[in-house]
Design a protein. Structure first.
Ligand code: HAM
Length: 414
């Protein structure tokens, strides 16, 4: 027996059907806002992530799948989708196109983390990015788009945790004060945070160790250090999303685990998920593209963890969107097979699904199968029906059976 790689899994029907429904709603929603798909490779040069996410982050330090190909090139399986979008912007010289550029992406990401509920080594993200706009209206659009999508999945009580991590200028002063504060508490910090203290003190605010949590509580917060520009930007976003009635909470300790963020950062968390509670993370990255050697092009976006999203889908949504067989078509004998193929096609053209009973074991076994797979209706097709241009439809929930002219039946389908 060959087992799957640790932290990976198979997503099987009927669950996979629900994944498809969620993805279709995502794609439809994003397209309706003018976001079109960007597909980037699953592997990239390691350097891309080192230079964007940051060398002193957990993702780059500990969690990347890094390997050499046969020619000795250092590659990484992508741990996230934003840096590849920025790379694609430069590769394809998108600066020559009319801005802003709106993208969405769906796909697997890879992080070598300790697997547990809601945390996998191959997981799936649904993300969007808008490039080329610096103003707070773009932040508001991204956040509003996120909420529209979540509302379409019937989520009612999610809210967004929001913060501004400032720009490289005002953050400098904050990081200095933060370092001084943590320096005083050095002995109480976990081993990782002692390293972070020297390399990237902001990351301490992201630590989930209980010992560090306490020290974090008392730490100075960034809101008191924001420059005028960053403060105004943040206030405008708050005004806009308040006016749009989007539920949010300010969380001045939210810094997120990636270094490319400037100004806005946000997360959507769910209590249902335990410690792996962020279903979505996002933020603004005004320097990402220029840090990769390109022009100064601002951007903002988010990525939803699809695996986690699926774990907390509202019951109402699941009930209304689970796969159901509309019609199970049973030929009485071999002679009706071709007719049944055509009938099924007629039904499918109307947007309903139809499954053929291919086993050829007769009506009784066919009906048993239809019941077993919980089909809504069974259609029995015999010589008699074909001769009269009719179908016999059995509603398997109500137990009612009726004969209809084929044309009347097909035309009556929604
Ligand atoms: P992130 O917060 O690292 O942000 O990941 C986004 C989401 O991916 C998380 O909120 C979580 O739901 C999911 N996720 C992360 N790691 C795992 C895992 N090991 N197993 C399951 N789910 C996971 C980013 O990746 C940024 N690129 C988001 C972004 C887009 N910022 C701007 N634009």
């Amino acid at each position: 027996m060959i087992n799957p790689v640790k932290g990976t899994r198979d997503i099987l029907p009927p669950e996979s059907y629900l994944w498809n429904v969620v993805e279709e709603i995502a794609i439809k929603t994003f397209k309706s806002y003018g976001y079109l798909e960007i597909r980037t490779p699953a592997m990239e040069p390691v350097e891309l992530f080192e230079r964007s996410i940051g060398e002193d982050t957990d993702i780059v330090n500990k969690e990347m799948y890094v390997f050499e190909d046969k020619k000795g090139r250092k590659l990484a399986l992508r741990p996230e989708g934003t840096a590849p979008v920025a790379r694609a912007y430069l590769t394809n010289q998108l600066q020559n196109q009319s801005h802003p550029l709106r993208f969405f992406y769906l796909g697997p990401m890879f992080r070598y983390e300790r697997p547990q509920k809601g945390r996998y080594r191959q997981f799936y993200q649904i993300g969007v990015e808008i490039l080329g706009l610096e103003n707070p209206e773009a932040d508001a659009e991204i956040i509003e788009l996120l909420f529209t999508f979540l509302k379409r999945l019937e989520f009612k009580d999610l809210s967004i945790n929001l913060n501004s991590v400032g720009c490289s200028e005002c953050r400098k002063e904050y990081v200095k004060i933060l370092k001084e504060y943590f320096e005083k508490e050095r002995e109480k910090l976990c081993k990782n945070c002692v390293t972070r203290l020297n390399k990237n003190p902001l990351r301490i605010l992201d630590c989930k160790e209980i010992s560090c949590e306490k020290i974090k509580d008392e730490a100075p917060t960034i809101n008191n250090f924001l420059c005028e520009g960053c403060k105004n930007h943040f206030e405008k976003i708050i005004n806009l999303i308040s006016a749009l009635l989007i539920p949010y909470e300010l969380n001045y300790k939210l810094v997120r685990g990636l270094d490319y963020y400037t100004r806005t950062v946000f997360e959507v968390v769910s209590k249902e998920l335990g410690s792996q509670n962020a279903i979505c993370g996002g933020g603004r990255y005004n320097r990402l593209i220029s840090d990769l050697g390109g022009p100064q092009v601002p951007g903002i976006g988010f990525a939803i963890g699809e695996d986690r999203l699926m774990e907390i889908l509202p019951e109402k949504f699941i009930n209304e969107n689970s796969y159901k067989v509309d019609f199970f078509i049973i030929p009485v004998s071999e002679k009706e097979t071709v007719f049944c193929f055509h009938l099924a096609e007629g039904i499918r053209k109307k947007g309903q699904n139809a499954i053929l009973y291919l086993e050829g074991k007769g009506v009784k076994k066919g009906l048993a199968k239809a019941n077993q797979i919980k089909a809504k209706n069974a259609i029995i097709v015999g010589e008699e029906e074909i001769k009269n241009g009719e179908v016999t439809i059995k509603d398997l929930n109500e137990g009612i059976q009726e004969k209809l002219q084929i044309q009347t039946f097909i035309e009556g389908l929604k």
